[in-house]
Ligand binder design. Structure first.
Ligand code: SAM
Length: 290
């Protein structure tokens, strides 16, 4: 079995190796579960600062302390940019954090969560109730356990927004960064639809971002990227891809603030200024994606 837990001076530490040369370590105060599930290895543990976390194949997926940053930004940016999303597809995202945020939008009528790993959904319900809350019980939600890449090639359903809340391009997540997959996402999008994707840490994983950018540009007319900073993902900013065939750029619209206000939703990270500013990329990131 893969070994991500190490004993140093009598303490247990979880080590995440983002590259062969850099490993981030978090002190493990309590291990709740460690083992192999269908497609991946999972560790669920607690840390004094980050709260409860889980890692798949050695990569941290979320911490209960800062998950609001990623989940608000992966959902509200495309949902408010779209303006009137009714049907939303979330690929990956088995922890339920993304669908929790999507469901806060009153105009959303249906959310399909397509996750390859049934255990992640079960683990979320058991170990991460603050993340999924009651999202899995919402009548608007369907959970489909299958490969997201296969799903977008085969389904007859269509969506206004597709959110790719995936692992990094290693193991089962690799296919979610290919041109074929992005073309599949485009196939299931209604006119004016938007796809948002998790694209990793550009400082440590520039090739992965470049590949995702090239592949998204091959499938969509307008591809942009926005940046967020999530402390549990050490290594600087994380980029999210934003792809659409629409010519509109709602993030620059002056109506965005009014639209957010009218929704009556409140946030811990997201607001209209953050939405717009996130698309302003540091030069080293802009050079990778342009
Ligand atoms: N926020 C996280 C991050 O940025 O690292 C992503 C977390 S989410 C739990 C990622 C999910 O994608 C995992 O539960 C994993 O099982 C799922 N996944 C990986 N490959 C997949 C595939 N091909 N189809 C559907 N889900 C997949």
């Amino acid at each position: 079995m893969a070994n991500y837990l190490h004993t140093i001076n009598g303490e247990t530490w979880f080590k995440e190796e983002v590259t062969g040369a850099i490993g981030h370590a978090l002190r493990v105060d309590n291990v709740l579960f460690e083992g192999e599930i269908d497609h991946q290895h999972i560790v669920v543990f607690e840390n004094e600062i980050f709260g409860r976390l889980f890692a798949l194949n050695g990569f941290i997926q979320l911490s209960t302390a800062d998950e609001f940053i990623y989940h608000e930004m992966v959902t509200h940016v495309p949902l408010f940019a779209h303006g009137a999303p009714k049907r939303v597809l979330v690929i990956g995202g088995g922890d339920g954090g993304a669908i929790r945020e999507v469901l806060r939008h009153q105009n959303v009528e249906h959310v399909n969560l397509v996750e390859i790993e049934a255990d992640v959904v079960d683990f979320a319900k058991k170990w991460f109730p603050t993340v999924c809350q009651d999202a899995f019980d919402d009548p608007r939600v369907t959970v489909t356990i299958t490969d997201g890449a296969k799903f977008v090639q085969e389904t007859a359903e269509t969506y206004d927004v597709v959110i790719v809340d995936s692992t990094d391009p290693v193991g089962p997540g690799e296919v979610l960064f290919t041109e074929e997959f992005y073309a599949g996402c485009k196939r299931v999008l209604n006119q004016g639809g938007i796809m948002v994707t998790q694209c990793g840490l550009p400082f440590l994983q520039p090739e992965e971002l470049k590949k995702a950018a090239d592949n998204q540009k091959a499938a969509f007319k307008n591809v942009r990227f926005y940046a967020i900073t999530v402390p549990a993902y050490s290594g600087g900013v994380m980029t999210l891809g934003y792809a659409t065939d629409s010519d509109e750029t709602p993030e620059t619209s002056t109506e965005l603030g009014a639209q957010i206000k009218a929704s009556d939703l409140s946030f811990k990270y997201y607001n209209a200024n953050v939405h717009r500013a996130a698309f302003q990329l540091p030069e080293y990131v802009a050079k990778i994606v342009h």
